[in-house]
Write a protein that binds this ligand. Structure first.
Ligand code: FES
Length: 307
């Protein structure tokens, strides 16, 4: 029985057509490739444009900082449009002010647009799927506000009912997209510092015999349950958290580069081994550092910086 059933099973498996990924996954694949090409993800370091969009030079993700501006400005525009609609003649000032608010929001939204898609290009799985809906909705809202702004600008009264309705629709789309953006951060942990919950012990902990450590080689050790990257550079030791602050990549599996830098194997963030500082994004937060000492032939580490 078993001899007969085995070939049948293998034939069925061999003939089964490969499952086609859902449309949204194929769209995400293509879009991520386009975004990465545009922002220079695959270029050699320092990849400044990409780092700029991610917020590396700010020391904080750029996207959440700039999204507040369009949301605030467009909220003001909603109020002004309502005031204008109540009495267009008496409240002509509100039309002018609403045009200004829509324009400010639109200009800031372009930075949010670029930084958001840059961040999204490094996501996978569920956060990538939520992220593409978030991004497409926000892009739709920006287009609605662009049309609304053009209608206002070209109208002598600087507002029309159609322009106001388009802005209301855009605001509703922003609200839905904003909810999805919040879900990415608070439920899925996108762009959250992946070392935020790492803590160190009160004292130094022995991790390796000094004789076992070669120069210019990456070692993964554990301190108070936390994976730490240890390296000897010209006989001087450096140790930083081995979990990349960007998305949790294992730095001990990364590449040791010139200038005492380690590059993350997942998205190419580069960190100074001596200071933990981010040299190249997408990471924006420095790696936690460890003090290193040698006692009785053993290398001992202790977390620095308050934990
Ligand atoms: S996990 Fe993204 S660069 Fe390290």
């Amino acid at each position: 029985m078993s001899e007969m059933s085995s070939p049948d099973t293998s034939v069925t498996t061999a003939e089964a057509p490969p499952a086609r990924p859902p449309f949204i996954e194929r769209l995400s694949d293509s879009l991520q490739n386009v975004v990465k090409a545009l922002i220079g993800s695959n270029r050699r370091p320092p990849r400044r444009f990409r780092s700029l969009l991610n917020g590396t030079y700010l020391g904080h993700p750029l996207h959440p900082v700039v999204t507040d501006i369009p949301i605030g400005a467009w909220t003001v525009a909603v109020v002004l449009d309502i005031i204008w609609l109540v009495s267009p003649t008496a409240n002509a000032w509100a039309a002018n002010a609403a045009l200004g608010a829509v324009a400010v929001g639109f200009l800031a939204s372009l930075i949010a647009f670029a930084s958001g898609w840059a961040d999204w290009s490094d996501t996978y799985g569920a956060e990538r799927t939520t992220g593409i809906y978030h991004g497409l909705l926000m892009t739709s809202a920006i287009i609605l506000y662009l049309i609304s702004g053009v209608l206002r600008f070209t109208n002598p009264a600087h507002d029309t009912v159609v322009a106001a309705v388009l802005a209301f629709a855009g605001y509703a789309v922003v609200a839905i997209a904003g909810y999805l953006g919040g879900d990415m951060v608070y439920a899925k942990g996108t762009n959250v510092n992946h070392t935020a919950w790492e803590f160190g012990g009160e004292d130094y902990e022995a991790v390796l015999p000094e004789k076992d450590v070669a120069d210019n080689k990456l070692y993964r050790v554990t301190v108070s349950g936390v994976p730490v990257l240890l390296v000897s550079l010209g006989g001087k030791y450096s140790a930083i958290s081995s979990t990349c602050t960007h998305a949790g990549g294992p730095l001990d599996e990364g590449e040791l580069q010139k200038g005492d830098v380690v590059q993350c194997p997942w998205h190419g963030s580069r960190f100074e081994l001596r200071t933990g500082r981010v040299r190249t994004g997408p990471a924006t937060i420095a790696q936690p550092r460890y003090d290193v000492r040698v006692r009785d032939g053993m290398i001992e580490l202790k977390r620095m910086g308050g934990h």
